[in-house]
Design a protein around this ligand. Structure first.
Ligand code: MSP
Length: 659
């Protein structure tokens, strides 16, 4: 049977050092796209690798007293270990030091030379002898090396050059004819402007170092950087292959993925090399943004690189993959912070997804001895849930086609919230009290299990280690593949009734930030409170009394008030009053009803979805016949009243304690 193919690549990374979380971002994103395409039935090929030649690597190896090949061998081993730890499922890993690559690079070089697109001339540049590096006029401003600050000298070196300018118009035409060739649009525009300013011929060989692929007809030259590196995407299909089946199947590549730093090489130099060589151009060059740290870009010299292995060890691979792909909106830069990572784990993974699974499984166990019932009849609430599932699947598919991974995850989480809300709307715990409502209860729980099935399939490309853990709890480990496949999303209701659920460990245990990172200093607030406590114990009863007389309360007294963040799930007016609203709120797992006198200041719609501060341990009281289980906090100046909320940017989960 003919299957459509899909070929995706990451940049080949320099093995000059260990990789950091920025490199992990690109590779995990490519892996997610590849896994998704595989699920969609494409014959997928995913390539990554290492870019091993060049002066810098030769120098680093020398500094370590090593042969360059032995040096890169060690580093590349580390790359592969990292990809394994991150569940990256590449089909091929190409190293530019492999013969299969070298042969193809040399072939292309010779072809371009023979047809006159590569010619010999002189390269003139500012040379720093201690650093063995050439700099351009602008880089060597003040005639000093921008790296070490020592004087540079004007040096001429015999080099081969590639006639880029000859192809500029053809490339512009190609970009115009294929509006999706460079993505996102902002990068496309940048590239078009760059080409329009005129392309200079490119220096493509060097004689000042020898750690590279030799020019076959002039071996004192090594082929310089980009012709060598970029050709990997093609050589991985043709080099060392007995036939041309791989290139026939997978070329042209569907996507070259990278960060914006090297988009120019991929969308200008690479297409021109291919045009000159008479090879079809890749379909898309897709550039994402930078993962930054508060202090700016991650770099070894700043000593601020984040090692993904440390994070995997601390938080698990699923959480890291989720965080990276959720945090960086497509094409834009984003900031990495461990606090934000922990927030995501606690709110999105532990609270939203983890709780949905654990609550649903627990209810099937409690009410039906673990067996998922057959659904009977759906009502309006069920139909809304089913409709949301359909809409989210469609949106997800559209977003994935545009590689908007973060938005695709956001869509899945909308459905997760919808499913959590479904529990609150259907009141399974009340249905369980009425023997006549067994069938309804069975249907509600069935719909929840079906929602979890759909969610699990959609998150599989992002968090590949997670589905088996969810299938285990939902009783689908041994279920047929066609209830776990992408195609099964076409139809609601494929969860096999009769499956037996099994409650297991929490999918994502909540993380206590300070405990995990033992080295972290205590928060200023915690220190303050501890000091107050210390002082308090020193004081005798007489002193305490004195404080009370002056209008103070002790810390213990304050601590008696259980202030908590509550998420408003429902809100409605209380009939026959113009003051009262009845709110359904969530404190983490727990659900409560609160009656609040704020109807003159807020409409129910304004409150739904907000997180508000409440006193959670106020004695419950009946208001208009409704038991109110808490009091919301608000500030008022008489006419105006505003509820007290918590900084929404921080995404503190419902149930969190205020202190
Ligand atoms: N060897 C060249 C690429 C040749 S491809 C034919 C190279 N290597 S690199 O090791 O410097 O990798 C650069 C790539 O790593 C970026 O394009 C991006 O994919 C990834 N990233 C490195 N740091 C990153 C961030 N801080 N944020 C996002 N991506 C990052 O250039």
């Amino acid at each position: 049977m003919f299957r459509k193919s899909f070929y995706i690549t990451t940049p080949i990374y320099y093995p000059s050092d260990k990789l950091h979380i920025g490199h992990a971002y690109t590779t995990v994103a490519a892996d997610t796209i590849a896994r998704y395409k595989k699920m969609r039935g494409f014959d997928t090929r995913f390539l990554t690798g290492s870019d091993e030649h060049g002066q810098k690597i030769q120098r680093t190896a020398k500094e370590k007293g090593m042969d360059p090949k032995a040096y890169v061998d060690g580093i590349v081993l580390g790359f592969k270990e990292l990809w394994k730890a991150l569940e990256v499922s590449y089909d091929d890993f190409i190293r530019t030091t492999e013969d299969r690559h070298k042969e193809v690079v040399q072939e292309i070089f010779v072809k371009l030379y023979n047809q006159g697109d590569i010619y010999k001339s002189e390269y003139e540049g500012w040379y720093c002898t201690p650093c063995e590096t050439f700099w351009t006029e602008r880089q060597a401003e003040g005639r000093v090396c921008p790296d070490c600050g020592r004087p540079v000298e004007l040096v001429k070196e015999e080099s081969y050059f590639f006639r880029m300018s000859k192809y500029a118009d053809r490339l512009l035409q190609h970009i115009e004819d294929n509006p999706e060739f460079i993505q996102p649009v902002s990068r496309r525009n940048e590239m078009v402007n760059f080409i329009k300013q005129g392309l200079e011929d490119l220096c493509v060989s060097r004689t000042t170092f020898d750690w590279g692929i030799k020019v076959p007809f002039d071996p004192k030259h090594v082929i310089y950087v980009w012709i060598d590196a970029l050709t990997n995407y093609y050589s991985a299909l043709v080099g060392g292959q007995p036939g041309d089946s791989l290139v026939k199947k997978y070329w042209p590549a569907d996507v070259h993925l990278m960060a914006k730093d090297i988009v120019r090489f991929h969308s200008i130099i690479w297409p021109i090399i291919l045009m000159a060589a008479g090879i079809e151009l890749p379909k898309k060059v897709v550039a994402h943004g930078w993962l930054l740290l508060e202090g700016g870009k991650m770099s070894k010299s700043k000593g601020n690189v984040i090692d993904p292995l440390v994070l995997i060890d601390r938080y698990g691979v699923d959480a890291i993959r989720y965080y990276l792909l959720r945090e960086l909106p497509f094409g834009a830069d984003g900031y990495y912070s461990e606090d934000a990572l922990v927030q995501r784990i606690n709110s999105d993974l532990a609270n939203d997804l983890g709780n949905l699974v654990s609550r649903s499984v627990a209810m099937v166990e409690k009410y039906f001895g673990g067996q998922v019932q057959s659904p009977v009849e759906n009502d309006d609430i069920d139909r809304d849930l089913i409709k949301t599932a359909g809409a989210v699947i469609e949106e997800y598919e559209q977003l994935m086609e545009k590689y908007e991974l973060s938005n695709a995850l956001a869509a899945v989480w909308r459905f997760i919230s919808r499913a959590n809300k479904y529990i609150d709307e259907t009141f399974p715990w009340l249905l369980a009290k009425d023997e006549n409502k067994r069938a309804r209860l069975g249907t509600v729980l069935y719909n929840l299990m079906e929602s979890i099935r759909i969610i699990t399939i959609m998150i599989a490309p992002f968090m590949p280690a997670l589905p088996p853990r969810i299938w285990e709890q939902t009783g689908l480990t041994n279920a047929a593949d066609d209830v776990k496949s992408w195609d099964s999303l076409q139809e609601w209701g494929l969860f096999p009734s009769g499956a037996v659920v099994l409650k297991g460990a929490a999918l994502f245990p909540r993380i206590d930030n300070e405990k995990v990172r033992g080295e972290e200093p205590e928060s200023a607030e915690a220190v303050k409170q501890a000091d107050v406590k210390k002082d308090d114990t020193k004081k005798d009863a007489g002193e305490k009394q004195g404080e009370e007389q002056e209008g103070y309360i002790s810390f213990e007294e304050f601590a008696k008030i259980d202030l908590r963040l509550a998420e408003v799930l429902k809100a409605e007016r209380v009939e026959k009053t113009d003051k009262l609203l009845k709110l359904g709120v969530a404190l983490g797992d727990e659900r409560r009803t609160i009656v609040a006198g704020i109807a003159k200041h807020y409409t129910p719609e304004e409150l739904i979805g907000r997180k508000i501060l409440i006193v959670a341990n106020l004695k419950p009281a009946k208001l208009r016949g409704i038991l109110s289980e808490g009091m919301i906090l608000a500030a008022s100046d008489g006419d105006n009243l505003g509820i007290i909320t918590v900084d929404p940017d921080r995404n503190i989960p419902g149930g969190a304690k205020a202190k």
